[in-house]
Design a protein around this ligand. Structure first.
Ligand code: ADP
Ligand code: GN1
Ligand code: MG
Length: 371
């Protein structure tokens, strides 16, 4: 994938999707680390405008776009029925895929890149950081709800879009390989960070082992539950729509819970350079714990709840490990916007892990209230 030239795309790609009206604007959009996202505005014949999200899927990461889109189509169709049954609005409460003019779920352009389109969900916001605690609480309820709505989804029909996505043990092995290969010659500068990960090898096994021993259930999970992967309704303030469905796969509720804490309970940004600003806010931690258990409506087991602090710590450690791996591999996975961006991201994650370790007892006391 090269960089995006929106003018060229304007004529070709956007025109291939069954968008209503005439395309008037195409701009880069959002702050995701994986796909290239554009917002397309179309002028409608009868007046007014309609917007769409146009995405070039990252095919270095998602090797099989047909399977990925099959997951998205099936999961959103499943959610649509449940939303309708509950008297909700499926046009806003789930993603709606816009097909190509020849009826396909996605488009392959002349460069061999893969594109998809969604209806843009208006009057809703995706936050890159918690601005109001109640937004975080509401996102927790919505992610919990999402988990509950998919609890009877036929998991065996889902394609595994990224193998071993949250297998922290295999992530640890990948990390060690990246350190040994040191393709970018950066390992010598990050010895302290490497040590931080190596010292926590035993932790990496906890959730994998619990799943394997069936101490906690395998569920259909989102697997990428950071705050900017949910849209909050501008009018009601409630979590409206869970987006970024590329990694919906069988997993643990602790992945979803933990990843949200990693991102949203951080007092700093994911890429904050001043590590003094980075810590785990226990009030936000508690709010999310409350919201998520409420959203799951009693479906979480006691063991899952007791493992929540571990879920938060492990998802943070794993993500830091992934950022550091990418730094060691010359930034081939996550989009970067400055030098050492992945290293800065890794450092915030490790600072958060260390802070959680200091607050461990209090984190456990908090989740105990919800067990
Ligand atoms: P990535 O995988 O790169 O994170 P996302 O699917 O999360 O890509 O999309 C990036 C951003 O685009 C989101 O964080 C959100 O701000 C916005 N977005 C995505 N889909 C929609 C939609 N249907 N309506 C409105 N905004 C959207
Ligand atoms: C990526 O796609 P996005 O930006 O929502 C990544 C997540 C990481 C996250 C870190 C498919 O999420 O796993 O936790 O960055 N998604 C994928 O911010 O790897
Ligand atoms: Mg995203």
């Amino acid at each position: 994938m090269g960089s995006i030239n929106t003018d060229e795309i304007c004529a070709g790609v956007a025109g291939s999707f069954a968008l209503e009206g005439e395309l008037t604007e195409l701009i880069s959009y959002g702050s995701g680390h994986i796909n290239d996202t554009l917002c397309a505005t179309c002028r409608l014949p009868g007046g007014g405008t309609k917007r769409y999200i146009l995405q070039r899927m990252n095919d270095d990461i998602f090797r099989n776009p047909a399977e990925l889109m099959e997951n998205v189509i099936n999961v959103t169709a499943f959610l649509r029925k449940k939303i309708l049954a509950a008297g909700g609005d499926p046009e806003r409460e789930t993603l709606n895929v816009v097909k190509t003019r020849d009826g396909r779920n996605f488009l392959t352009d002349e460069n061999g890149d893969f594109w998809r389109a969604y209806v843009f969900i208006e009057d809703a916001t995706s936050f890159d950081q918690v601005e109001k605690p109640e937004d975080f609480y509401n996102s927790a309820v919505a992610f919990g709800n999402f988990q509950r709505l998919l609890s009877d989804y036929p998991a065996e029909t889902l394609h595994e879009t990224i193998k071993n996505f949250h297998n922290t043990v295999s992530r640890f092995e990948d990390f060690k390989k990246a350190v040994a290969q040191d393709v970018a010659g950066r390992a010598k500068e990050v010895q302290e960070e490497i040590r931080f990960v190596l010292d926590r090898e035993a932790d990496c096994h906890v959730i994998c082992d619990a799943l394997e021993k069936k101490e906690i259930p395998l569920r259909v999970t989102h697997n990428d539950t950071k705050l900017n992967n949910i849209l909050i309704d501008n009018r009601t303030g409630k979590g409206l729509c869970v987006i970024d469905l590329d990694t919906v796969m069988p997993g643990s509720a602790l992945y979803d819970y933990g990843d949200s804490i990693r991102f949203g309970a951080n007092t700093g940004a994911e890429d904050e350079k001043n590590l003094e600003l980075v810590s785990c806010d226990l009030e936000l931690f508690e709010l999310y714990t409350k919201g998520y258990t409420e959203g799951c409506a009693g479906s979480l087991t006691e063991r899952e709840i007791r493992l929540m602090p571990m879920g938060a710590k492990l998802m943070t450690l794993e993500c830091g490990m992934r950022f550091l791996t990418d730094h060691l591999q010359n930034d081939v996975y996550f989009k970067i916007h400055r030098e050492n961006h992945n290293l800065d991201r890794a450092r915030t994650q490790f600072k958060l892990v260390a802070d959680m370790e200091e607050k461990w007892e209090r984190m456990n006391e908090i989740v105990e209230k919800y067990a």
